[in-house]
Every structure is written in C-alpha cells, then in structure tokens.
Design a protein around this ligand. Structure first.
Ligand code: AMP
Length: 407
C-alpha cells in the first residue's frame, strides 16, 4: 500500500491530531452516563499507545451518536469515554468539554510528550445556537482548517467514517502537511483494499443478505474483480425469479428482476446461485420446513440455503486464496435457518487455516454472524465499518482514505 502510516511519522514532541472511532454505546446508571461496550476504545489502543511511546502529544477526537438539536448534546458528551480510556490506558486523560476555543487551545499548549487529551464530540459542531448547520458532517472548510491548526500531524484511525468527507477527516487532512493511517485504518486498507485491487487468486466473493437493491453495486463490482461470485440469502430469490423459478412467498424485489437477468447473462458461470433452499411455511424458528430443489411451493418461503447449495458453495471456496464475504446465507438469527451461514463461516476458517487463504468479512450482519459462530478471530480480517466496507467493496473512492498522504 502506498499510503503513509503512523509508523512513517516523526512523532517526538509533536502535537498529534488523532481521529479515532469512539462512537460507542452508552448507558445510564445511577444518574451517571457510562460506556456500555468499550470494544472500539480497546481497538484504538495500539495506535494511541504507539503515538505516546514515541513521545507524541496525543489530541484525540471522535464523533459520538448523532447531534440534531442542542438537547442531543447533553447525553452524548465524550466525558465518559475519556474516563474509560484513562482506565484502559492506565494514565490520566485530560477531557476538554469544548470543540474549539481558548480552553481547548490552552489545554493543548500545556500538553507534554506522552500525554493525552480528548476533546468534545466532533458532531457538537453540527448544531450551532439551536440550528442544524452540520459544520462537521458537511465538512465546513473553516472547521477543518481550525482543527488542523491545533496540531502538527494528523493520524486517522476511524475507518467507520472513511466513506464520508467530514471536517474531522478530509477537512483536517486538506489543511495539514502529513496525514497518516493508524493501525486499524491500515489493516482495513490492506485487507479490503488488497482484495479489491490485487487479490491472490482464485478470488471468491460470497454475497448474501436480504435485499438485492442494497448489494447490487457490490455484485457488479466484484463480478469484474473476482473469479466467482456466490449469491445467497434472501436476495438470491430475485435471481431465481429471473431464471423462471417459482419461489413461493420468499423475499423478492420485482423491480430488480430485469437487472438480475442481465447479470446472469453477462456473468455466465462466474455467478453462482443456490441450487436448493430450506423452505418454511412461516417466518418462525418452529416453522414446518422441507428442502426445495425445483422451486418453492406455494405457501412456503426460502429462509436458508439447502444442503446441496452448502456443498456447492463449500467446493468453490475450498481452493480459494482470497475470499470476501458480506451478508448471511439465510435468516441466521433463527437457529433452524442458520445452517447455511454457519457452514460458510466454518469453511472460511478451514481455508484460512489449511490453505493460508486470506478471508475477509465485510462488515454489518456478516460480522454479527461470524461473532455468533465464535470464529471471528480465526479469519484474516473482520471489517469494522458497515457503510465504509460496503462502499469500499463497491469500488468507490472513500474520501477519508483518499485524504491520507501517499508515502
Ligand atoms: P443484510 O443487512 O442485507 O446483510 O441482510 C441481513 C438480513 O438478511 C439478516 O437479518 C437475515 O435474517 C436476512 N435474510 C437472509 N436470508 C434471508 C431470507 N432467505 N429471507 C429473509 N431474510 C433473510
């Protein structure tokens, strides 16, 4: 990768602006707001610790939730996040309850090497005097320039917002000499970017989930890049209709049938569809089910791929060297319809461990699925960004990544 990373920067004595993803869930207990899940803070620690160890002065910031009115601000302060960060780092963290102004500037001026400060929720800039002006979310140039003026270099470690040009990513980058990827961002670029740009072959993509309309651009892009594109989950039934099959009451998007037809024609045997389905008489775990091979009968709906599809998909994945997976094969939230998704997860573990394949899970529901299966740490990479990973796989340029300096 040709992007600058935090390890390329001279950090000693520098004021290091760090865009992190501390958009964490909060809960209220005994009148106090606390962080209820600190996974994202823990994930950011390696980059923060590296900057501190190198003698940098870390100035951290992140968005937290959505700010649409002055009232939203009260419950979405970074203060509890600063507290949890201090606990995890084992050192004091100065919290500045402002996003601009003398209090923030003085606190930064007083930072010493190896010290860390976090300022208030960047989205507080979205509402000024009760008016929703979106200075952060619409990348107000003056705000990006101001934040950039507070530091010497910029480290962006927030992949989850990389698909949006905000003042706290692209805005700062446009006004500072060097912008580098933090370790989390670097890993996302290496795996997702690597798969899309220079995959080791065979490269197999497996796309599932509910709706064709959500994933159509990904399928189109991956058909250009991958050796095989497997389509499963609810969205496969629209392709089945395009192939003239009966699908009973399965999920289906009438306005996407033509497009599905076109893709089937263009892609030929590169596009692989399920050959059977586990059909149910209702959308419930205790439904009456049967394995449907030649279409699905009236009164039934396909809620998972069937056993022959599992074998077919596994045989295609078996010799893959790169796999990108996005979207479950069925309604995996219900135990009786999780088999297809489970089997794919297990096969990915196998090809990772036995063939040394690079296996990437592209965010959202498939991330939840691999976590549910307990195999997340046995795959090469689980992307943290839902929208950002989808847009990356769609082949779009992500403004937050484009703004990182070239080496
Ligand atoms: P997505 O967010 O597009 O990845 O879709 C994930 C959702 O698709 C999950 O909640 C699954 O339960 C759902 N899903 C997958 N397969 C089916 C299916 N055959 N019928 C209905 N929903 C499905």
């Amino acid at each position: 990768m040709a992007k600058l990373t935090v390890e390329d920067l001279e950090l000693k004595g520098k004021k290091v602006l760090m865009r992190v993803d501390f958009n964490v869930p909060l809960k209220e207990e005994n009148g106090e707001v606390e962080v209820s899940n600190d996974n994202r803070i823990v994930a950011a620690l390696p980059t923060i610790k590296y900057v501190l160890e190198q003698g940098g002065r870390a100035i951290l910031f992140s968005h937290l939730g959505r700010i649409k009115s002055e009232d939203d601000k009260a419950g979405l302060s970074m203060k509890p996040v600063a507290q949890r960060l201090a606990d995890l780092l084992g050192q004091p963290v100065t919290f500045v309850p402002a996003i601009e102004g003398p209090e923030l500037e003085e606190a930064i001026a007083g930072l010493e090497d190896g010290q860390v400060l976090i300022f208030e929720n960047t989205r507080f800039a979205d509402v000024v005097n009760g008016e929703e002006v979106k200075r952060e979310s619409k990348n107000d140039p003056a705000l990006g320039a101001y934040w950039a003026s507070l530091g010497d270099v910029f480290v962006n470690d927030a992949f989850g917002t990389a698909h949006r040009a905000h003042a706290s990513n692209a805005g700062i980058a446009a006004n500072i000499s060097q912008t580098a990827a933090g370790f989390l961002m670097e890993k996302e670029i290496k795996f997702l970017g690597g798969a899309v740009e220079a995959p080791e072959r065979p490269f197999v993509a497996i796309i599932g989930g509910a709706k064709v309309s959500d994933k159509i651009t990904i399928i189109e892009n991956l058909l250009k890049k991958a050796d095989k594109v497997i389509v499963g989950g609810g969205m496969a039934y629209t392709f089945d209709v395009a192939n003239g099959q009966s699908i009973g009451n399965s999920l289906f998007e009438a306005d996407k049938v033509e497009l599905a037809k076109q893709l089937i024609e263009e892609a030929g045997d590169k596009l692989v569809l399920p050959v059977d389905a586990l059909a149910a008489d209702k959308f419930a775990n205790d439904a009456d089910t049967y394995v449907a091979e030649d279409g699905i009968k009236d009164g039934y709906m396909g809620l998972d791929i069937g056993p022959k599809s599992i074998e077919l998909f596994k045989s295609i994945l078996a010799d893959a060297k790169t796999v990108v997976w996005n979207g479950p094969m069925g309604v995996f939230e219900m135990e009786n319809f999780a088999k297809g998704t489970l089997a794919i997860g297990e096969e990915l573990v196998k090809v990772t461990e036995e063939n040394g394949a690079t296996t990437i899970v592209g965010g959202g529901d498939s991330t939840a699925a691999v976590q549910q299966l307990g195999v997340a740490d046995r795959l090469s990479h689980i992307s943290t960004g839902g929208g950002a990973s989808l847009e990356y796989l769609e082949g779009k340029t992500l403004p937050g990544i484009a703004a990182i300096s070239e080496k």
